[in-house]
Design a protein around this ligand. Structure first.
Ligand code: NAD
Length: 423
């Protein structure tokens, strides 16, 4: 088993850390946020994910996991360091590498003092060509040569928030780009217990491109489904029925064909933007990807238009704030533009989400957050179902209300004035 350092204790870093610990690796999590470090050591998950509490308890109790702010010693004492800090989007669509670059500045001097070989792994999503640029800087800071004293890999992460632990423990594949075979072998060995196909790439940049391509294709499927859904709505056709017929074609598959209020989260919007930007740098106009973002941008406003068409009510319940169920993540959630538009219209908002209300309070401190879906609905005359949490499937909730269902979860039920977003 391997001594692993994971830098960044967020959605990706913490999940990777507990899942590495689960199969017996010795893991140290590094974060520059002391509060997160204290929480992890105190067995309090700083984020919400199914099963994370059990995994964290087990990892700490077994002695396989600890957290620290001391990056230098954590790297020095490990065989491999996974970088899992954020790579947010800049205004121009490119990715902001400030967090990753600052981590590289910390890893270099630790590599210098480390006795023995070490592999530095980029797990954060970065644009093609990024990881290879770390090599000269790490060589300069460590005084060691890549391929001898240390190696470098790119190992993109494909987990889905809401099912993150399951995805990490049973991945469809593990992709490894490598500076050299030795480095790739160390990382492949770490993933051996997960019993999945390990895809070794011929270059670091090819591994980086796999991640962007996967996310761009998934985002494209969603925008495609939303566009078809918008056409279906005008034609009086149920897009879910259509996509059932479409998705049974094994060349297409049933996944990511559910029309809704648009994709959100920390990955699809920023990764598609980053690929468009990267293409621009090499003089290519990524027209299709630009349209994917445009369709997605418009989708929340279709929800608002539909609400206006039904006759806007003064008191509106918003059910679901997280960008998807199973997470407390509100990054790029369609709930934000929807709430903003209703506030512009002077409407009163009653919002409920089983996990994401604390995060949303910092964005909309002045709307009313309720203790249950029922309380939100009872206070309102119009209900917008934004996120498909299971608890919103209870059709008794909606009696006598105008309901805009963005997720096809209470269709064809009685006793409400129902309108589906794309059906
Ligand atoms: P996050 O914002 O949840 O976590 C990042 C963590 O890094 C935070 O805890 C932050 O405090 C810490 N950090 C920042 N700078 C640091 C530093 N200098 N030293 C130590 N810690 C530092 O981000 P995330 O959602 O986990 O995403 C991380 C990366 O993984 C991104 O590149 C993202 O695109 C990619 N990714 C995310 C997902 C996802 O579903 N969230 C899935 C696949 C890939």
């Amino acid at each position: 088993m391997t001594n692993i350092c994971v830098i960044g204790t967020g959605y990706v870093g913490l999940i990777a850390a507990v899942c590495f610990a689960k199969v017996g690796h010795k893991v140290v999590c590094v974060d520059n946020n002391q509060e997160k470090v204290d929480k992890v050591n105190g067995k309090i998950p700083p984020i919400y994910e199914e099963s994370l509490q059990e995994y964290l308890n087990e990892a700490i109790d077994s002695g396989n996991l600890r957290a620290t702010t001391d990056l230098h010693n954590a790297v020095k004492e490990s065989d491999a360091t996974f970088i899992a800090v954020g790579t947010p989007c800049r205004e121009d669509g490119s990715i902001n590498l400030d967090f990753v670059n600052s981590v590289i500045e910390g890893i270099g001097p630790a590599l210098k003092e480390r006795e023995g070989y070490h592999v530095v792994v980029t797990k954060s999503t970065v644009a093609p060509g990024t990881t290879e640029r770390f090599i000269p800087r790490l060589e300069e800071l460590s005084g060691k040569k890549c391929g001898e004293g240390f190696g470098i890999c790119m190992n993109p992460e494909f987990l889905k928030e809401g099912l993150a632990i399951e995805d990490f423990m049973k991945p469809d594949r593990v992709v490894i780009g490598q500076s050299d075979d030795h480095a790739g072998n160390v990382i492949a060995e770490i993933y051996q217990p997960y019993e999945t196909e390990i895809v070794r790439m011929s270059s670091l940049r090819a591994a980086e491109m796999v991640k962007y391509t996967s996310n761009s294709l998934l985002a494209t499927k969603i925008s495609f489904a939303n566009e078809v859904g918008d056409i279906c709505k005008r034609l009086g056709i149920d897009v879910y029925e259509v996509m059932k017929g479409v998705g049974l074609d094994h060349r297409l598959g049933p996944y990511f064909l559910n029309a809704g209020p648009g994709f959100g989260g920390s990955c699809f919007p920023k990764d598609v933007s980053a690929l468009i930007h990267k293409a621009g740098e090499v003089d290519f106009n990524a027209k299709l990807l630009k349209m994917v973002l445009e369709v997605n941008h418009d989708q929340p406003y279709r929800v608002v238009d539909l609400a206006k068409f039904k006759g806007l009510r003064d008191r509106i319940a918003i059910l679901g704030l997280a960008f998807k169920p199973g997470t407390d993540d509100i990054r790029y959630t369609p709930a934000k533009p929807i709430i903003e538009e209703f506030l512009k219209e002077g409407k009163q908002i009653f919002a409920y989400d089983p996990q994401a209300m604390d995060n949303m309070r910092s964005v909309f401190p002045d709307i009313t957050y309720t203790n249950s879906a029922r309380e939100a609905v009872e206070n309102a005359d119009m209900v917008i179902i934004v996120t498909h949490w299971d608890e919103f499937r209870d059709d008794n909730l909606y009696k006598g209300k105008v309901v805009i269902d963005c997720r096809d979860i209470v269709k064809d039920r009685c006793d409400m004035d129902y309108e589906g977003l794309c059906w």
